[in-house]
Design a protein around this ligand. Structure first.
Ligand SMILES: [Fe+2]
Length: 156
């Protein structure tokens, strides 16, 4: 169904909408993984890791809304359904149950690293077709790389 007219050509829109949809899926899953670990972390560093994880949840939720609404603004329907997220996320599933604090940090280093790799690919892919979306991906990558740094420093 055609609702919102896109300012982009069909070819550019295809590239950019794939990037936005992929980012949406990764960020929704990142928020879910960070909450899962937030609830299940145990160990002497419980409090700092528990609180740090909610900062990641906030970042992931804020940016997921930004990329979804950017898709809408370009005339592409965003898909944040659970089944779509489960099928398309670049983050490996975390095991069920309690998570030792050092393993929790390791899980976030891995999850953020996976999302950052894909986000940088989106930065590269969207510069020409749509620098406005690219700017969003750049901002997201900067925030994710900040948290990636902090979690790596936690386990150093
Ligand atoms: Fe909480």
């Amino acid at each position: 169904m055609y609702v919102v007219k896109s300012p982009l050509s069909d070819t550019d829109l295809r590239t950019v909408s794939e990037a936005l949809q992929g980012a949406l899926v990764d960020l929704v899953d990142l928020s879910l993984v960070a909450k899962q670990v937030h609830w299940n972390v145990v160990g002497p560093r419980f409090r700092s890791v528990h609180l740090q994880l909610d900062e990641v949840v906030d970042v992931a939720r804020t940016h997921s809304d930004t990329v979804a609404e950017r898709a809408s603004a370009l005339g592409v329907s965003p898909d944040g359904r659970a089944s779509t997220v489960a099928a398309g996320s670049g983050i490996s599933p975390v095991p069920a149950g309690w998570v030792k604090d050092s393993d929790a940090v390791g899980a976030l280093v891995a999850a953020l690293g996976a999302v950052i790799t894909r986000m940088r690919e989106r930065v590269a892919a969207t510069g020409d077709p749509d620098p406005v979306s690219q700017d969003i991906f750049i901002g997201i990558t900067a925030d994710l790389e900040k948290h990636h740094w902090m979690f790596q420093a936690e386990n150093a």
